[in-house]
Ligand binder design. Structure first.
Ligand SMILES: [Zn+2]
Length: 322
């Protein structure tokens, strides 16, 4: 019994002396045994990454004399991301713009942290025909340059739980996550003394086609292009947009909704529930749409808050990373 313990003990001492202090900085490209390690730094290419992207991490050791050396092994990476191989991490396929992932590295008792912000660049979520490649993503962007697939129908449409004012069953739907957020927002408004009403949510590709063709036959092409989205280019097809209204504007969609108490409440608080006013006043050249104080787009609380606080339109927010 005593013999066994002594043998294990000896092995441990032998292992420690081989891999421990006596080994110096054998994991750096050239040895710098004379200098104590001062710091470790994580270096990544850029501070943002898209979903599914592989991000290579370079770890550098900084010695007391200021010399830097790349560490090629022997460090430990801690992160919620999937670690691939020795020094790469993969951004998850469902990562959304605005999410932050932290990467921590420890090497010989010294550590560093870096965070990578997810930005699903517009240039990487569109194909050669201008069709959006991430229609199901909560951070997808549809506009007059970015078309939803004609067969895209969200899989999780539900009937909204809030008060509505039109009998059409299709448009009283939203994707579940957006519907839940809308319920919370309407409750929040009610608690502050304002009653909101949902008017028009999900709109299928076929419905948008009929709507657009109706505009063309009644008012001509030019008018239709100004006031109606082309099929595939309406945000309503995403199931993430809802036009809201109130009794103060006769349950219609009116510009002056933005000047009502309800409209002001919405513009100040929508982001707290994950929505933005998608087509702000005076931004027609960028969004492609005139002011629509009633048109809310669900992005999730994190991204909606980032966009709101940036003061930018959704297009400008994304373009700031390109
Ligand atoms: Zn709308």
């Amino acid at each position: 019994m005593g013999m066994k313990i002594r043998i294990i003990g000896l092995c441990l001492v032998a292992m420690l002396s081989m891999s421990g202090c006596g080994n110096g900085h054998s994991d750096v490209e050239s040895s710098n045994d004379a200098q104590p390690l001062e710091a470790v730094e994580i270096i990544v290419d850029g501070s943002t990454a898209s979903r599914n992207e592989t991000v290579d991490i370079v770890v550098e050791a900084i010695f007391e004399d200021g010399e830097r050396q790349t560490v090629t092994g022997g460090f430990v990476i801690s992160t919620d991301l999937i670690v691939e191989g020795e020094n790469s991490v993969i951004i998850p396929g469902d990562a959304l713009t605005g999410e932050d992932f932290e990467i921590a590295v420890e090497y010989e008792g010294v550590g560093d942290k870096k965070s990578i912000k997810v930005v699903n660049l517009l240039s990487e979520t569109i194909d050669d025909e201008g069709i959006i490649t991430n229609p199901e993503a909560l951070d997808m962007v549809v506009n007059k340059q970015r078309t939803l697939p004609s067969d895209y129908v969200p899989e999780d449409l539900v009937k909204v739980e809030v008060e509505t004012c039109l009998p059409n069953e299709e448009i009283n739907q939203l994707r579940e996550v957006a519907s839940d957020a809308l319920t919370r927002m309407f409750e929040g408004a009610e608690a502050d003394g304002f009653t909101l009403v949902a008017r028009s949510g999900y709109r299928s590709y076929n419905t948008q086609t009929a709507l657009y063709n109706g505009y063309v036959s009644r008012h001509g092409q030019e008018y239709a292009d100004k006031y109606s989205a082309l099929p595939g280019q309406s945000e309503h097809q995403s199931g993430l947009a809802m036009d809201i209204t109130a009794q103060s504007v006769g349950l219609q969609l009116e510009d002056y909704f933005g000047d009502t108490d309800e409209g002001k409440w919405v513009s100040e608080h929508a982001h707290e529930y994950g929505f933005i006013i998608r087509y702000p006043l005076g931004m027609e050249d960028i969004t492609g749409y005139l002011y629509e104080p009633w048109h809310l787009r669900y992005l999730g609380v994190d991204l909606a808050t980032e966009v709101y606080e940036s003061g930018l339109t959704l297009e400008e927010y994304f373009m700031s990373f390109e």
